[in-house]
Design a protein around this ligand. Structure first.
Ligand code: NAG
Length: 182
């Protein structure tokens, strides 16, 4: 019944790496902070944590999950594209939390550069467009219920890279009540 940290991190790494950060080099400083829609473009359950992402080091342009939403017992394909605004160096990290309903399953800090190796990328991640494709086998034993993932990503200097959140509900069809009602 483990919802593998590796799978979660693979998703996060793929997503994080897709982060499209570039909002243009010389942005006029506006007194009115820009407020964007929180939905991450593409077929996915992801949302940005923050409406104002103008200082983020990555601009995530699109994330496509197949299937969307993810299903237990299937292969999840993650395709993400984005733009890196500032090189991402060794030491970047992800503060990751996964909740199952109200229960906190995972609350951890992960090494972003290490996770990026799962998607065949290495730090430093240079400025420019990036795109990532990753397949993740989702175990069929994922306990049904609502999972909330939050990934807040920072550079080695604690600059904000991006922050994403997602809520995914896994159904019980694959499970047959093996685990009972939690
Ligand atoms: C990230 O997580 C670590 C360890 O849990 C914590 O000490 C730190 O304050 C968190 N950083 C941010 C910016 O939330």
């Amino acid at each position: 019944m483990r919802f593998s940290t590796a799978s979660v991190l693979a998703c996060v790494a793929a997503t994080a790496s897709a982060l499209n950060a570039f909002r243009g080099d010389a942005q006029p400083q506006s007194l009115v902070r820009r407020v964007d829609d929180l939905d991450v473009p593409g077929e996915n359950p992801l949302k940005f944590c923050d409406a104002d992402r103008s200082d983020d080091m990555i601009v995530l342009e699109k994330v496509v999950l197949t299937p969307n939403p993810p299903e237990a017992g299937t292969t999840l394909i993650i395709e993400a594209t984005g733009t890196v605004k500032e090189p991402i160096l060794e030491g970047a990290y992800v503060n990751l939390s996964v909740k199952y309903g109200y229960i906190r399953l995972i609350n951890t800090q992960a090494d972003l550069c290490k996770e990026m190796k799962n998607v065949d990328m290495e730090c430093p991640i240079e400025k420019g467009k990036i795109s990532i494709t990753k397949s993740v086998e989702l175990p069929k034993e994922i306990p049904p219920g609502k999972y909330t993932v939050l990934a807040d990503v920072f550079s080695v200097d604690d600059e904000h890279i991006t922050c994403l959140t997602a809520t995914v509900v896994f159904g019980r069809k694959a499970l047959g009540g093996m685990l009972g009602d939690l």
